[in-house]
Design a protein around this ligand. Sequence first.
Ligand code: SF4
Length: 272
Amino acid sequence: MMNQKIIPSGSVLNIQRYAVHDGPGIRVVVFLKGCPLRCWWCHNPESQQLQCKRITQTVKLDDRTQVEEEETIGQLMSVNEVMRAIEKEVIFFDQSGGGVTFSGGEPFMQPQFLDALLTRCQEQEIHTAVDTTGYAAPYMFEPISEKVDIFLYDLKLIDDTLHRQYTGVSNELTLKNLHSLSVREKQIWIRFPVIPGITDTVQNVYDIQRVISRLKGVQQVNLLPFHKIADGKYRKFGLENKMKDIQPPSDDQMAALKEQFEQQGFPVKIGG
Ligand code: SF4
């Protein structure tokens, strides 16, 4: 019998073209579904479930008329289908120094799919970035990470008790895998979500800077201010929004934080 290699399919939330905030140049961002974390401030709550889901919502047309609309969140796609979408944009990658970014959810929730996509990108010399929390078993994270050009690595809270409280999981794997990237001198962009009263405390900012200062390969730090654009999604999907009364940090607060990180010698950018 012939030994046929099975090419995995995966659960994709959507594929965004012409993205300029998720790695260098103009990029295609492939949002993979599934995330083991439950961050209070998640702005993509529909990406947390691995399975594609059909939802029904009531849409009000006027005071007397309302209709039921069905929508499927995500779709099952083969590696070939995703690659076809990526390949259409190669001309922009070449001109801008861009490529493809795998984001989520947490891309490492679908390791075989991610691995197969990265392998195909490598074969076609397409630059790759992975936006990750690093919440993955090291035996799986390390070999897959060898195929990634740049990591957009989310660091949220260094105190493990707080990390468990606000994300639902320990930060042990996150820190362990980050260390492993550093030892292997992989290129890293640290992404720090600035969540008022949760991640922007004096202690946590100090701890984050301490962790980053010990790493090799950090090319820049992105400060991602909390925003409220996901409020509508929480209502639409009937999910509890624990952040509904929290306001985004002001421009002045973000500028002060930027200066603080810059004093540590890191190139810092506000936003993605
Ligand atoms: S890691 Fe990202 S996708 Fe997952 S819950 Fe947190 S913010 Fe949402």
